[in-house]
Ligand binder design. Structure first.
Ligand code: DX5
Ligand code: ZN
Length: 225
């Protein structure tokens, strides 16, 4: 099964609730990009916006913390209504951060940047509820998908399966109906998409197209004639 997680980064921040409502019928999760202008050169939203959105939707909030010090904010995001929080392996202190997220009742995610080798996440596969392989350099929506990350996605899938671990494998960056099959073929099962969804006049249809393109690459999917 695939999950589609529209990223609100590409939505109209002036009418976020409406944007989320428009995509909700085709969304499994809502991906919320939190940027601190330090870990990445951009600044986005924090717990107050998550709390406001929480009043408008029951969707699972998948909060992607592109922050140097995510530990200072996990509790605030939990109280604001986050369901999952994903921290980056590049900021260090990984075991403690994943443990703290779980203690707070969050699903604990671990993200890895395109240039960071697989070995950085290997020790934590059993501790994380989700592994997020970035397929662009984090910081901005609308960038080009980096196909060179595909082997790392495949390696992560292989290791999760080999060890019998049930962590979700998510990809984020440049995902659209053209790139979805490749990431699903490599083993991703949660697809984040921002500009491909919210840049479309009918975001729910864009989400549906990405899902259907990805589903065709699932193991055992019927081959198109
Ligand atoms: C990038 C963010 C992504 C972003 C993806 O740093 O983590 O979630 O919204 O946007 P697209 O789908 O436009 O590449
Ligand atoms: Zn993201």
């Amino acid at each position: 099964m695939l999950r589609i997680a529209p990223s609100v980064l590409s939505a109209d921040f002036g009418s976020l609730a409406e944007a989320v409502g428009a995509v909700a019928p085709e969304a499994d999760w809502l991906h919320v990009d939190v940027m601190d202008a330090h870990f990445v050169p951009n600044l986005t939203i924090g717990p107050p916006v998550v709390a406001s959105l929480r009043r408008h939707t029951g969707l699972f909030f998948d909060c992607h913390l592109m922050m140097t010090s995510p530990g200072d904010y996990l509790e605030a995001f939990r109280h604001a209504g986050a369901d999952g929080c994903t921290v980056h392996v590049e900021v260090g202190d990984t075991a403690a951060l994943l443990g703290e997220a779980k203690l707070l009742g969050l699903r604990a995610g671990l993200a890895i940047n395109p240039e960071t080798p697989y070995d950085a996440i290997d020790p934590f596969l059993g501790e994380a509820d989700l592994i997020l392989c970035m397929t662009v350099h984090p910081g901005f929506g609308g960038q080009t998908f980096m196909a060179e990350v595909l082997p790392k996605i495949a390696r992560t899938r292989a290791e999760l399966d080999r060890r019998g671990l049930g962590a979700d494998l998510e990809v984020d960056g440049g995902i659209d109906e053209d790139t979805a099959p490749a990431v699903v073929h490599a083993g991703a099962r949660v697809l984040v998409a921002g500009s491909a969804i919210f840049g479309d006049e009918r975001p729910w249809e864009a989400a549906r197209r990405i899902r259907s393109a990805g589903e065709k690459a699932l193991p055992g999917a019927p081959i198109d004639s």
